[in-house]
Design a protein around this ligand. Structure first.
Ligand SMILES: Cc1cc2nc3c(=O)[nH]c(=O)nc-3n(C[C@H](O)[C@H](O)[C@H](O)COP(=O)(O)O)c2cc1C
Length: 242
């Protein structure tokens, strides 16, 4: 017998009519866009470092925190990652768009990209490759598996440490990546993100909650909750667990 369904709270105020589109069928290809374009730092056993731009990257597991990068074996950085099993993912911003592109069209075989771009090296805590000082988030990674897929090999890696720029944290300990003006890559072009459409779960939340989040001004009760959470998890930024 069918059980009675529990009514899910929805916020119909934001429900819009969306029209279905007429489609063409294309041959199989890479069409998941937009994606991040990150600057990955590597360092060989002699300590020579390099930066490679990678768009085939993402999160694959929440707990343990795991990510991947897919790299073509012909890249100069490929063998360094394979030999050392370490890399750092440095998130990119509007200000870093030029550097991101440059690191994706020049090779560390001929160029010291840190020097040419006047980027700062910061010491990582658990791995040897440096962090890019100008990047708002640096994710230290240790490779757990290398999957040979075809054109690219996929390095699956565990996140072993994360560095967050203090300038984008508010007094409640919440990190505002949007203030760093992150960028995305789509079909050969770099884009900024300058408009919030909604926040996680807004389709089922009360209006007031979304309005507070949209203006980035937490309500009094929210502030109180944040303070409690902050004192519980001091040193850890808040995040939605997916
Ligand atoms: C936006 C962008 C995204 C890229 N994504 C990847 C990628 O996901 N995997 C890859 O192997 N190369 C990717 N590349 C190409 C490498 O970054 C490029 O070949 C680079 O010069 C390699 O540097 P290296 O020789 O110093 O290792 C990308 C380039 C750009 C501009």
């Amino acid at each position: 017998m069918r059980q009675k369904m529990k009514k899910q709270r929805t916020n119909q105020n934001h429900l819009q009519h969306v029209s279905a589109c007429r489609k063409q069928e294309w041959k199989p290809g890479n069409m998941v866009y937009p994606v991040p374009a990150v600057m990955v730092t590597v360092a060989d056993k002699e300590g020579r470092d390099n930066i490679i731009t990678v768009a085939w990257t993402g999160t694959v597991c929440t707990n343990p925190p795991m990510v991947y990068i897919s790299v073509r074996p012909e890249r100069y950085s490929y063998h360094i990652i394979q030999e050392t099993g370490e890399f750092v993912i440095n998130l990119t911003t509007r200000e870093l768009a030029y550097a991101t592109d440059y690191c994706g069209v020049t090779s560390g075989r001929q160029t010291d990209k840190f020097e040419t771009l006047k980027l700062s090296r910061q010491k990582a805590s658990k791995v040897n490759p440096p962090l890019i000082g100008e990047s708002p988030v640096n994710i230290e990674c240790r490779v757990t598996q290398c999957l040979k897929l075809g054109s690219h090999d996929m390095f699956l890696a565990e996140v072993v440490s994360v560095h967050i720029s203090e300038q984008y944290m508010d007094l409640n300990g919440k990190f505002h990546l949007e203030k760093a003006q992150p960028m995305v890559y789509s079909h050969g072009a770099y884009y900024g993100l300058d408009h919030v459409l909604g926040t996680f779960g807004y389709s089922v939340q009360k209006d007031s909650s979304f309005a507070h989040r949209r203006s980035n001004k937490p309500s009094e009760s929210k502030k109180q909750k944040n303070r409690e959470k902050k004192s519980k998890n001091s040193g850890r930024h808040r995040k939605k667990v997916l």
